[in-house]
Design a protein around this ligand. Structure first.
Ligand code: PLP
Length: 373
């Protein structure tokens, strides 16, 4: 334990939260139709479109985790028999494929080797072979720490008339995000990662093209809770400052989101992305100096929000994790089923600063020295 009586949480979500954000969670809960709350909710929707850089998008805030945001995009955009392409760079790509099948999609998966990305030529080839309605990709796959460049995928989506869904649960507010400019139709995330709010909010911004595709559906949405038919008027009402009800919103979490989004925009997205990049580069350099190897094969595809690191030769992963568990820094184990025991993960996003990086490196060094034989 540190002097503050708690450990430093360096996992890829939940992360360390700012005290101002945590404070509003403990405030007395108001009515979900109180004027102050309506104003907070509206501010959140407007600020999301700024953070996502999607001024003409439709923002949604729901009680749920990131998987619910994935579900919302799938439920509203897929009809039985639609073809969907999943560009998978790890665990969360596989999840998206399974999810889309539940709504009756015929799913094709293009899967990269661990630590690599799927070649654009392979994506274009798939788009030439089949008429897909939608394709998904994971901006930063949290199982591999691989970042995919959204821009060329957005361009392909426009060129081939295919909706693009970006799983940004581990990227939004930590990595560069230009939803409109890149032509991304849905960009989704959850509160507990780089957005900096405790778990419980599913966040999504949909492009006009995505909303149009939903309006043109021939069949009802196969998920009652996620159906935009139920939620669109609610979001519009909050943005226009009117009370409205479908399902009770998580009042305190929305208040916390307002605080965090304000802090994000006060820092400025450009400065925030630059800070994440500087700290990630510093962390990776120290990790490399210690002789560790990263999962991402190409440095250009190494995420700035987290790192995935192979255990070095001669170190038993379970011994290292046991030693780390006794330290003041909490890190995460591997997640890819086939490689789980061969690597670990460190989150460095949101409120992370240089001393967090130094403390984490020190804890890793100490753990290694304790288990090296
Ligand atoms: C964490 C994560 C998810 C799942 O989010 P939950 O809040 O755990 O449901 C999905 N995709 C990515 C890329 C993630 O990092």
């Amino acid at each position: 334990m540190t002097m503050k009586g708690r450990k430093l949480l360096m996992i890829p979500g939940p992360i360390e939260f700012e005290p101002q954000v945590l404070q509003v969670l403990g405030a007395p809960t108001t009515s979900h139709t109180a004027p102050d709350f309506i104003s907070s909710f509206g501010n959140c929707l407007r600020m999301m479109k700024q953070v996502w850089e999607c001024p003409d998008g439709q923002a949604f805030i729901m009680a749920g985790s990131g998987t619910l945001a994935m579900d919302m995009a799938g439920a509203n955009l897929i009809e039985p028999g639609d073809k969907a392409l999943v560009i998978s760079t790890g665990y969360f790509g596989e999840r998206y494929a399974e999810l889309l099948k539940r709504y009756g999609a015929e799913v094709t998966v293009l899967k990269s080797e661990p630590g690599e990305t799927v070649a654009l030529s392979a994506i274009e080839n798939a788009l030439n072979t089949n008429k897909f309605k939608l394709m998904t990709f994971t901006h930063v796959d949290t199982s591999t720490a691989v970042r995919v460049d959204p821009k060329p995928i957005g361009e392909l989506g426009r060129r081939y008339g295919v909706l693009t869904v970006l799983d940004g649960v581990c990227s939004v507010a930590g990595e560069e995000m230009r939803q409109s400019e890149w032509g991304i139709d849905v960009a989704l995330t959850a509160s507990q990662k780089a957005i900096g709010v405790p778990p419980g909010l599913a966040l999504l911004v949909a492009s006009p093209r995505a909303m149009e595709a939903w309006k043109n559906r021939k069949t009802p949405v196969g998920n009652y809770y996620c159906d935009w038919t139920n939620w669109l008027t609610i979001m519009q009402a909050y943005e226009e400052g009117r009370p409205s009800y479908f399902g009770t919103p998580p009042v305190n979490l929305v208040a916390a989101l307002e605080v965090s989004l304000k802090m994000i925009l006060d820092e400025g997205m450009e400065a925030r992305v630059a800070r994440h990049k500087t700290l990630a580069t510093e962390f990776r350099r120290k990790i490399n100096d210690m002789g560790f190897q990263l999962l991402p094969v190409n440095e250009n595809n190494a995420a700035n929000t987290l790192s995935a690191i192979y255990f070095p030769e001669g170190i038993t992963g379970s011994d290292f994790m046991a030693s780390m568990a006794k330290s003041d820094v909490i890190i995460a184990p591997g997640l890819l089923p086939d490689l789980k025991s061969k690597y670990f993960r460190v989150g460095h996003m949101g409120s992370v600063n240089s001393s967090d990086i130094v403390s984490t490196i020190a804890a890793i060094e100490k753990a290694i020295s304790q288990v090296r034989n």
